[in-house]
Design a protein. Structure first.
Length: 364
């Protein structure tokens, strides 16, 4: 055996030894691939099947559809007044408690009227004297002992005193201040014994049931609104939708803003509507009846039209649809869907026609 032959035999022997040493590891590595491929064929992550696609669905139903006009406005009290006194004086009775609900006619405070009562008694005495004098002057006039002018002066004296008495009685009535309407007392700004004048702010009285909603609309819709029209609105501190009725429309359009001011009334038994709150108003111009509305994200636009996916027997089925009016979040479906269909609203990008799906959540 020559030298070259010996070298070849040696290399072959080394290769055989190495192959026997690493054979178990090579076999293990090779055996992994078929398992992974089998998993992929069964729909494992990253495979051809892709498994069931998780989706969010909603059941198609009929919804009221109206022509709506959106606006913004403010909540106002139905009635609100600053309680003040018409005359000056010292408070001797104070029946005002902050936050209390009072009825119409409830006495809120009373001012000391001792000086007025004294003046009234004095005028009563003066009236008696004036009447006696008038009676004597009348007798003298009948006897032609005095002129008509002198008698008229006596009569005028009686009339003047009677007028002064009526004025004092009116002043005395003003010393007692009553609630002009039922409502809730606001903050109080005086105390018992305070000396007040007509400029002194005593407290506030507010009635918020019903509440008023004031808003404006573009002038071009002026003929579309009527007294009694329905408005829906939400406030910044309440998620609930409230219903109101238009009761007053400004007879003129604002020349600066080219808008028309409108006021509506809404029931507010729980005082959820707080005066001064911002309101997002939807004015119903015309009711179209019922229609199918779906979320805009459920619609997939295509060159040939629009489609959506519904779930049937665990699979996603594409359906061609015809769209109607679009809103901020929803779109009207004129044809293609039926009441009761299970519509895929979330996850439509991942689903494939006739692909298996898993319903993760059902939303309204």
């Amino acid at each position: 055996m020559n030298k070259v032959t010996k070298t070849i035999v040696s290399l072959a022997s080394i290769a055989l030894i190495l192959g026997l040493a690493f054979y178990p590891k090579i076999k293990q590595a090779i055996s992994k691939n078929p398992e992974e491929e089998a998993k992929k064929e069964k729909g494992g992550p990253g495979g051809k099947g892709g498994g069931k696609t998780a989706v969010v669905v909603s059941v198609v139903k009929s919804t009221r559809l109206d022509d709506m006009l959106n606006s913004t406005g403010s909540i106002l009290a139905n009635e609100e007044v600053e309680i003040r006194s018409e005359i000056a004086g010292r408070i001797i009775l104070l029946n005002i408690k902050e936050g209390d609900v009072v009825q119409k006619g409830t006495v809120l405070f009373r001012i000391n009227d001792d000086d007025l009562q004294a003046r009234l008694r004095k005028l009563g005495f003066n009236k008696k004297l004036a009447e006696d004098n008038e009676a004597r002057q009348k007798i003298l006039l009948q006897k032609e002992a005095i002129s008509q002018r002198e008698y008229d002066i006596a009569v005028n004296s009686v009339n003047t005193i009677e007028a002064d008495i009526e004025d004092l009685k009116a002043q005395i009535i003003k010393t007692t201040v009553k609630a002009p309407f039922a409502g809730t007392i606001g903050f109080r700004y005086v105390s018992l014994g305070s000396y007040i004048s007509p400029t002194t702010r005593i407290a506030t009285l507010t009635n918020t049931n019903p509440a008023k909603i004031e808003f404006s609309i573009p002038a071009k819709y002026a003929t579309a609104i009527r007294k009694g029209s329905t408005v829906e609105f939400q406030t910044e501190n309440e998620d609930k939708t409230f219903i109101g009725k238009v009761y007053a429309i400004d007879p003129k359009i604002d020349p600066l803003t080219r808008t028309l001011q409108i006021r509506a009334l809404a029931a507010n038994p729980g005082n959820q509507l707080v005066p001064g709150a911002f309101a997002k108003v939807n004015l119903i111009l015309k009711s179209k009846g019922s229609a199918i509305l779906i979320p805009t994200e459920a619609v997939i636009p295509e060159a040939s039209g629009n489609k959506v996916f519904i779930v049937k027997q665990g699979k996603s089925v594409p359906v061609k649809v015809k769209l109607g009016n679009r809103g901020e979040k929803n779109v009207e479906i004129l044809s293609g869907l039926s009441i009761g269909d299970t519509l895929i609203t979330n996850g439509v990008i991942q689903v494939k026609p006739e692909g298996e799906v898993e319903i993760k959540e059902v939303v309204e």
